[in-house]
Design a protein around this ligand. Structure first.
Ligand SMILES: Nc1ncnc2c1ncn2[C@@H]1O[C@H](COP(=O)(O)OP(=O)(O)OP(=O)(O)O)[C@@H](O)[C@H]1O
Length: 341
């Protein structure tokens, strides 16, 4: 559906060349929700602008729907871009137009007749849950409702790809979840391919099927969201994962236990699928004569399925602890030592 091959983007600035994106290769499949996560300056906005042809790569190819966006211009670029829609952090609504007039705007530009426009707008209003708010102006809407207008407007001309530029970053946590649910429903209902950029791992966990992690213009890690949560490789990915896995209380209790119990190891154990059903902890205690103290436990849900995390303090003889960790590994259970006593 979307193929980025060897993409590099260099901006010419008055201080010299600045490489915003460096040698990126990505494939995004039809109908998937793909997330790009990174801190500020990582190159996410540049990536999204490359996907809709607002920026041209310095080298490389951007294929969307069979069309080489990077090497197309004029009428054929405009035509290709009709199939690529976008929603924004600050909604970018027309403030002097009502909800229904905002949604109708791209239909007017596309030359859709007045009666067709009216029925399409009503369909979209229902799809995004704005019934009864058709005549309201953006200033009379909550942030979540404004983003619903943004989504309806983006879907008006039946795009094949929806790009989301930090679409929930200006919203409170509850509204963020409601908007993410809406995007997930739209993806399922319409089979729409969604590409989103964010700096929040919560967004990735909640709706994305796959994710690419960007740092200093490069994709340092990519894969299925469940795999990335279970077994993050790069340091930056581990930081993002701990954003949603470890509460501040857990961090405090880890610090406390390290002070109080200077021996043993603190280990984050991640269970997926069948492994959640095995009584593995009691097996470790019996078999290796170790003490296990549970510090934190949680089940998290991703678009690929649930996974469970336990943070435990394992104490006992050095060799026994090693053997216990070994047993987890042979059972295909991820165990990461996060602190050594
Ligand atoms: N038009 C431009 N001209 C020059 N440099 C740019 C331009 N756009 C982005 N950059 C630079 O490219 C790098 C990547 O920026 P980009 O906006 O893509 O990152 P980002 O991950 O989206 O960060 P943010 O969330 O802060 O926007 C930054 O160093 C930025 O200053």
């Amino acid at each position: 559906m979307i193929q980025l091959s060897n993409i590099t983007k260099v901006y010419k600035t008055k201080n010299g060349d600045l490489t915003a994106v460096r040698d990126v290769n990505l494939t995004i499949n039809q109908g998937e929700i793909f997330g790009i996560i990174g801190y500020s300056g990582a190159g996410k906005s540049t990536m999204i602008r490359l996907l809709n042809g607002l920026e041209k790569p310095t080298t490389g190819e951007v294929i969307v729907n069979g069309e080489d966006i990077a090497h197309t211009s004029g009428a054929s670029l405009r035509q290709a871009r009709q199939k690529i829609s976008m929603i924004f952090q600050h909604f970018n609504l027309l403030w002097s137009r009502t909800v229904e007039e905002n949604i109708a705007f791209p239909l007017e530009i596309a030359g859709v007749s007045k009666s067709e426009r009216a029925s399409r707008v009503q369909e979209l209003v229902e799809l995004v849950g704005l019934n009864g708010r058709e005549k309201a102006y953006p200033s009379q809407l909550s942030g979540g409702q404004k983003q619903r207008v943004g989504i309806a407007r983006a879907l008006a001309n039946n795009p094949e790809v929806l790009l989301c530029d930090e679409a929930t970053s200006a919203l409170d946590p509850e509204t963020t979840d409601a908007i993410l649910e809406l995007l997930l429903n739209i993806n399922k209902k319409l089979g729409l391919t969604i590409v989103l950029i964010t700096h929040e791992m919560h967004v990735i966990r909640k709706i994305c099927h796959r994710v690419a992690v960007m740092e200093a213009g490069q994709v340092v890690e990519q894969g299925k969201v469940l795999d990335i949560f279970q077994n993050p490789q790069a340091t930056i990915t581990k930081n993002f994962v701990s954003q949603v896995s470890d509460s501040s209380e857990t961090k405090e209790s880890i610090e406390q236990i390290v002070t109080n119990y200077p021996t043993g190891k603190i280990v984050r154990v991640t269970f997926v699928g069948q492994s959640t059903k095995e009584p593995i902890m009691s097996q470790l205690i019996k078999q290796f004569d170790v003490d296990i103290n549970i510090l934190h436990g949680a089940i998290s849900h991703t678009a690929n399925g649930p996974y469970g995390t336990l943070i435990v303090h394992i104490d006992g003889g050095k060799e026994n602890i090693e053997s216990a960790l070994q047993l987890l590994a042979t059972n295909n259970i991820q165990a990461e030592v996060i602190e050594r006593g």
